[in-house]
Design a protein around this ligand. Structure first.
Ligand code: AMP
Length: 307
């Protein structure tokens, strides 16, 4: 099934305890598109970059089968730039710089050829732009998943709440779920979010896995314990890409499929953190992904008889 991905395509500068990068390719939609490209669906990108964005990085997306017809290039402007620094625990980070540049005036134009997309992944972006994308689709997709972050809660909360009303699944991290709802308990936070519009909530907990909630059930996917975490940037987006990529490939919207999808998302994210930026997720082998999913199964599978 075909998938529409919208979000930032960016330059990132990252600092971790293991090293520092200059401007490298990043952005929510970059990670989502690359990650979802491993699931045999047609991935269609809507995003914007400036004239400074290397053509070789666009070619990299295309090499993964990502349709870039909806990627606007504003020749005289600069690409979105984000810079972040991780703390020693690698689970928390400070944003050092957010320069919206082209993203500040982004008008998401949906190519006609994308109109039949049945799965929509709204990656991190101004919530008003995410909403415009939904409004510009002539037919509502079967599944709309939305990711967001604290930055938008701080500067565009009203727009964010309006957009959240329209989506099926909201995906955010624990800190953001607490900020959005004012609840410390993640169960209470999820319950509140389920009154805001979405019928499913995914709360990512970094190295502590991810929780999936609907009105009746909860499910937990662990994160794989890794010996080395090199750079967590994009892990959340890579997770989201694996999630929606799996759902689109199965053409399924059920809660049971979502359980498998968060395992696949977690497996994809576990690769992402092993190297800087997108480096580890640009040349994954299917066999590596399958072996990793098996590791997840082994990690949590047990037989027990109740006493
Ligand atoms: P993650 O580590 O999954 O939260 O995602 C990091 C990615 O999000 C980086 O590649 C950034 O370019 C991108 N990003 C950071 N801040 C924003 C923002 N305010 N809007 C859109 N994308 C952002």
């Amino acid at each position: 099934m075909s998938l529409l991905v919208v979000g930032s395509v960016a330059f990132d500068a990252i600092e971790t305890p293991f090293g520092k990068t200059d401007k490298i390719i990043g952005g929510a939609a970059t990670y989502i598109s690359l990650s979802s490209s491993y699931f045999n669906s047609q991935v269609n990108l809507v995003a914007v970059v400036g004239g400074d964005f290397p053509k070789s990085d666009i070619a990299l997306l295309e090499k993964h089968g990502v349709n870039t017809e909806g990627l606007q290039i504003k020749e005289d402007e600069k690409s979105f730039f984000w810079s972040g620094k991780y703390h020693n625990d690698m689970n928390s980070r400070d944003t050092l710089v957010t320069e919206l540049n082209v993203l500040g005036t982004f008008d998401p134009i949906i190519p006609e050829s994308y109109q039949d997309c049945e799965y929509l992944m709204l990656g991190n972006l101004a919530p008003s732009v995410q909403k415009t994308v939904i409004e510009r689709l002539k037919k509502r997709p079967k599944l709309i998943v939305m990711d967001t972050m604290n930055f938008w809660m701080e500067i565009a909360l009203a727009d964010l709440l309006e957009t959240i009303k329209l989506v099926d699944v909201l995906c955010l991290n624990d800190e953001e779920a607490r900020q959005l709802t004012g609840e410390y308990s993640l169960k209470k936070a999820a319950k509140k979010i389920l009154t805001m519009g979405p019928s499913t909530v995914i709360i990512k907990k970094g190295e502590h896995g991810a929780l999936l909630f609907n009105h009746n059930e909860a499910f937990y996917a662990p994160a794989l314990p890794l010996e080395e975490v090199f750079d967590p940037t994009g892990a959340g987006d890579t997770f989201a890409g694996g999630f929606i990529g799996y759902m689109a490939s199965k053409n399924e919207t059920s809660y049971d499929s979502m359980k498998n999808a968060i395992i696949y998302g977690s497996a994809m994210a576990s690769f992402c953190v092993e190297k800087f930026g997108v480096e580890r997720i640009v040349d994954l082998k299917n066999a590596e992904l399958e072996a990793r999913v098996q590791q997840f199964i082994n990690l949590v599978q047990f037989e027990i008889s109740l006493v």
